[in-house]
Design a binder for this molecule. Structure first.
Ligand SMILES: [Fe+2]
Ligand SMILES: [Fe+2]
Length: 500
């Protein structure tokens, strides 16, 4: 199956719109033996009638099956009815031959740049994916990106429920998730799902000195090939093997056991559950980890009383604890209290071939996190030199959207941090926001987020919990451990053979 994937044409009658690259892409479509044409939104620049008519002139001549979804720009100026009149339905399901199902989604909200997939549409997507689970190619098309995109500035205008969609796509083994919106091409593989972002095909607003581009995607039984074709003639090709579910028969020696806790919120208020903390600490000690990583949200506020209480309670945990702050930990006098009680903001540790590196992403009086360019550069220099170690990066803010929580793009530079970590041999990223246990693998990097260990604000169905991460020579296993009962729930097992 061969797909031409373009995005963000931003058709208008101004010179912001570049006709030639769009014509080039459409010319390839006519000569290239394609099975499917996909436009992942922002067809027009302002959602105006004359712009839709101009766009229809370009796309009406397409002779292969076509799917075009609206973007945020198409839903400006009340553009949705015009989109439907001139372009076609904004959402639906299409079948391409016997093999493929394409679910196309309207993720845009009238007059907003951020995206949302409402509960009704979410359910339709879920039901459709379940109904057609046996199709050999499952494709979802939506305008907004699900995973942070590098080199596109501040992480913003995201899908508010990106975490739920991400979770659904990987659980239902969607093969391709095709998006645009950020005007920069990018591909990640999560579990068995390729998340492919297209650049802008014809808008002058490109990012990072890039030029216009589009994607050619080839799907066969064994692999998926993604070609990013730039208007300057540069072509970047990447092959991704179509994975099968792994059966693990041999784990190898266990190299390390790490307990990951987060959002303890220690204080004397009702929001801190001392009972959950003490039960959790007891179960944690029984599991005898080599190390505990606290991903921030240690105290409820950065005040002396909370810090004193926290440093005495944390002594109940027998293993060595590494910590990284959340915003609340450094509020008020927290900045001072943190270093007095727990040491430096950025903590590192070497555990016989397993290297841990904390990075402080917190800011005073803000939920929003940032790592920053200087810090990122030195961080990745450090990681890229440590090939034979199992390398772990830990920070408070999330780098992937977390299910069951509203995606706020909490880490400003999550796109750049994620791309850098994945490309620089970070084997595991531990985060601790949004209090929902979640783990997945993106390219060769496992990402695990922890629930709240002891706060009333937690999101696990079974109550406060922590993560247990067992690193074997060939496999990494991430489990959620319930604080009260000590029961286990395996969240995932991933092969790490290739990355070591
Ligand atoms: Fe756009
Ligand atoms: Fe957009």
């Amino acid at each position: 199956m061969k797909i031409l994937h373009i995005s963000d044409s931003h058709v208008s009658d101004t010179d912001q719109f570049r006709k030639d690259p769009l014509k080039d892409a459409l010319r390839e479509l006519e000569t290239g033996d394609f099975d499917l044409f996909i436009h992942s939104g922002d067809v027009t620049d302002m959602g105006r009638n004359e712009q839709f008519e101009l766009a229809a002139d370009y796309f009406d001549g397409v002779s292969v099956p076509r799917i075009i979804v609206p973007g945020n720009h198409d839903k400006r100026s009340g553009g949705l009815p015009l989109f439907k009149q001139t372009i076609g339905p904004a959402k639906g399901v299409e079948f391409i031959g016997e093999e493929a199902v394409v679910i196309y989604v309207d993720s845009a909200v009238n007059d907003l740049d951020s995206g949302r997939v409402g509960t009704v549409q979410f359910k339709v997507i879920k039901d459709t994916l379940n109904e057609y689970h046996d199709k050999s190619v499952k494709i979802v098309v939506l305008h907004h990106h699900t995973i942070p995109i590098p080199w596109t500035g501040k992480e913003r205008n995201v899908l508010s429920n990106a975490g739920d969609l991400l979770d659904l796509f990987i659980k239902t083994d969607v093969d391709l998730v095709l998006s645009g919106h950020k005007h920069f091409p990018n591909t990640y593989k999560l579990e068995n799902t390729l998340f492919i972002n297209a650049g802008t095909v014809s808008d002058r607003k490109t990012r990072y000195g890039d030029t216009n581009s589009y994607n050619v995607i080839l799907v066969d039984e064994e692999e998926i090939t993604v070609q990013i074709k730039r208007y300057n003639g540069h072509v970047k090709t990447k092959n991704y093997a179509r994975s099968r579910k792994n059966l693990f028969t041999e784990f190898g020696r266990r190299r390390a056991r790490i307990a990951q806790i987060s959002n303890t919120f220690i204080s004397d208020s009702y929001r801190f559950r001392e009972g959950a903390f003490k039960d959790g600490a007891q179960h944690l000690n029984e599991l005898d980890p080599d190390l505990v990583v606290h991903c921030g949200g240690i105290v409820e506020e950065g005040i002396a009383k909370d810090y004193w209480f926290a440093s005495s309670l944390l002594e109940e945990i027998e293993a060595k604890i590494l910590l990284t702050p959340a915003g609340r930990d450094i509020n008020y006098l927290g900045y001072q209290l943190y270093s007095e009680n727990f040491g430096p903001l950025d903590q590192t540790y070497d555990l016989e071939g397993v290297y841990l590196r904390g990075i402080s992403s917190a800011q005073y009086d803000s939920n929003e996190g940032v790592v920053g360019e200087t810090e990122r550069t030195s961080l990745f220099r450090e990681f890229s030199g440590g090939g034979s170690n199992f390398q772990i990066l830990f920070l408070h803010h999330n780098v992937l959207p977390i299910p069951h929580s509203r995606e706020k793009g909490l880490l400003e530079d999550s796109g750049d941090l994620l791309r850098g970590a994945v490309d620089n041999e970070v084997d595991l990223i531990l985060t601790g926001t949004s209090s929902h246990p979640f783990a997945t693998k993106i390219n060769d990097t496992v990402v695990a987020n922890a629930n709240s260990f002891s706060s009333v604000y937690q999101r696990s169905l079974y109550g406060n919990s922590f993560n247990l991460i067992d690193i074997y020579e060939k496999v990494v296993v991430v489990s959620e451990i319930n604080c009260l009962w000590g029961t286990w729930r395996i969240m995932g097992m991933w092969s790490i053979e290739n990355s070591l």
